[in-house]
Ligand binder design. Structure first.
Ligand code: GNR
Ligand code: NI
Length: 174
């Protein structure tokens, strides 16, 4: 396993639509394992492949608390097969939008079908934080960030700040 670099917005890979996985082979499992390690190290509770610069439909999650056993979830080609009419609001953050947090409204409950780490088809019903995180990660596969759910005023304010700090890092390095 190895750590991968997490892209920060604005970045074209974060805006792209990710490509479906054809087969879950050892190379893809390597990507999944690297993503999980990178997510734990960040630390975060979810990570999508585009965030490590790989435009493939792969996401990993673990919402277990520190005092609980690890509970990693690996999904390739996730698809929502059902969403509840009821919505819920969570304060979201994103490793690709560091230091910014905002309330996002999404369906409260979902059913998602996907291929697991062994390439086996699975279906999972989720609610609460897990439902939110799965939808946040699936958004990444469409090139959508949580800030795209905010008003353009809030979104542009955050993007300007991220761009400014990127330029500052470049300046300091030169
Ligand atoms: O670590 C993360 N926490 C989080 C909190 C609320 C809603 C979504 C998330 S996902 C985020 C990690 C991340 O950026 N995944 O793409
Ligand atoms: Ni994110």
């Amino acid at each position: 396993m190895s750590l991968r670099h997490i892209l920060v917005a604005p970045d074209p890979v974060l805006k792209a639509t990710a490509k479906p996985v054809e087969t879950v082979d050892d190379e893809l499992r390597q990507l999944m394992d690297d993503m999980l390690e990178t997510m734990y190290e960040a630390p975060g509770i979810g990570l999508a492949a585009p965030q490590v610069g790989v435009s493939k439909r792969v996401i990993v999650m673990d919402i277990a608390r520190e005092d609980e056993p690890k509970a990693p979830l690996f999904m390739a080609n996730p698809e929502l097969v059902w969403v509840s009419d009821e919505d819920s609001t969570y304060e979201e953050g994103c490793l690709s939008v560091p230091e910014h947090y905002a309330d996002v409204v999404r369906p409260a409950e979902i059913r998602v079908k996907y291929l697991d780490r062994d390439g086996k088809a699975q279906e999972l019903k989720a609610d609460g934080l897990l439902a939110t995180v799965i939808q946040h990660e699936m958004d990444h596969l469409e090139g959508i960030l949580f800030i795209d759910h905010l008003s353009s005023l809030k979104r542009n304010m955050i993007l300007r700040k991220l761009l400014k700090s990127k330029k500052q890092v470049l300046e300091e390095a030169s």
